[in-house]
Ligand binder design. Structure first.
Ligand SMILES: *Cc1c(COP(=O)(O)O)cnc(C)c1O
Length: 354
């Protein structure tokens, strides 16, 4: 089955070999405070920083999921309140999880065909963190990077970005935000169970000022460990090994990013030419990595079934759009040949052919 599910998503086929290499290497049975594990962790972080072009003074930690990153930010970077800008289910969930720990956290929702207003975002300087979802996986929107640049210009506040379904797929203006995180089951083409947490010096200073050390995954405790190339708890060594191998394998992010953008633009053109309706009308805010297509309930069910009969798994809609959209992941592990197969299937089943 070819999968276009936007997470868990297609893993790189090389992962099969990496799994057996991991076993052979002995790393899976090694103590996580021992030299071989620390060397693996250092090598993996160095490789990731090089391949993704992460600034030298930004730090990289591995955690277990994007959901855990929501919690780490809420407990360790927010003393009293954060502001969450969202237009879909993931951004809203981040707000809800944060409010359980920090009830004063607030949300600012915006229309999925529009941009959030910068003036509204920065109007309350008491928000310690401004929380943005770069790529809203539920509806196929992405924030243009001008929004990050403009925010950075206008405020000293810490900016945190959920980049779960775009990191490693498109290039980021790293320095325009302070925290970027993602889990690896999306654009990294890896199995779930590991997330990447990237922090700027400004984020570290905020954590030091707040000084939370109450949890097993408190930011400063995680950081102290990672500075020694260790982890607070017994880590997902297999996940770390695999991400290292995939980072070795993939081209530099600039190249991957060009390909992602070209493929996305080809997708949007194809869909429009074949009578499909993209959920997001405004081209400026359409995602390059997750494409949501809308239709009637019957039509969406029909297309998912037709795809399945051709050995292709489309992504279901999410949340409010569960039955009236399907989603197409445009992640780097998916090949052009697979894309062509799905396009053929969608062409054969387009309205004009019915
Ligand atoms: C998938 C996803 C998450 C959740 O990731 P987990 O690894 O399941 O915690 C969070 N935010 C966004 C934008 C996502 O796409």
């Amino acid at each position: 089955m070819i999968t276009f599910y936007p997470g868990p998503s297609k893993v790189y086929p090389q992962v099969e070999k990496y799994l057996s290499d991991a076993y052979q290497s002995g790393i899976l049975s090694v103590n996580h405070r021992s030299e071989p594990f620390m060397a693996l962790l250092k090598k993996t972080i160095d490789l990731m920083k090089a391949k993704l072009d992460i600034p030298a003074d930004y730090e990289v930690y591995f955690c277990s999921s994007a959901t855990e990153c929501w919690e780490i930010i809420a407990q360790s970077l927010v003393a009293s309140k954060s502001l969450h800008i969202y237009n879909g289910a993931f951004g809203e969930k981040w707000l809800e999880y944060t409010q359980k720990l920090k009830p004063a956290a607030s949300g600012l929702s915006f229309d999925s065909n529009a941009l959030p207003a910068i003036a509204d975002i920065i109007s309350d300087r008491e928000n310690e963190v401004i929380c943005l979802t770069h790529n809203e996986t539920s509806n196929g929107t992405a924030l243009p990077f001008e929004v990050f640049a403009e925010l950075r210009k206008q405020t000293e506040q810490v900016i945190a970005v959920d980049a779960t379904s775009s990191m490693a797929g498109v290039e980021f203006p790293w320095e325009d935000a302070d925290v970027w995180y993602a889990s690896v089951q999306k654009c990294f083409g890896l199995p779930a169970g590991l997330s990447v947490f990237i922090a700027s010096p400004r984020a570290v200073r905020l954590a030091e000022r707040i000084a939370d050390r109450d949890y097993y995954n408190s930011f400063l405790f995680v950081r102290d460990n990672f500075l020694k190339y260790q982890t607070p708890y017994t880590p997902n060594a297999l996940g770390i090994y695999l991400v290292g191998r995939v980072m070795e394998q993939v081209p530099p992010l600039a190249e991957v990013s060009d390909q992602t953008r070209l493929r996305a633009s080809a997708w949007y053109t194809f869909l429009e030419e074949n009578g499909y309706t993209v959920l997001v009308e405004n081209p400026e805010v359409r995602s390059d990595t997750v494409i949501a297509v809308t239709g009637t309930r019957e039509r969406v069910a029909f297309l998912k079934k037709a795809a399945k009969e051709n050995g292709i798994m489309l992504g279901n809609g999410y949340g409010a759009w569960k039955e009236t959209t399907f989603r197409i992941a445009n992640f780097p592990a998916i090949t052009q040949q697979e894309i062509d197969l799905l396009k053929k299937c969608l062409k054969d089943n387009s309205y004009s052919r019915e």
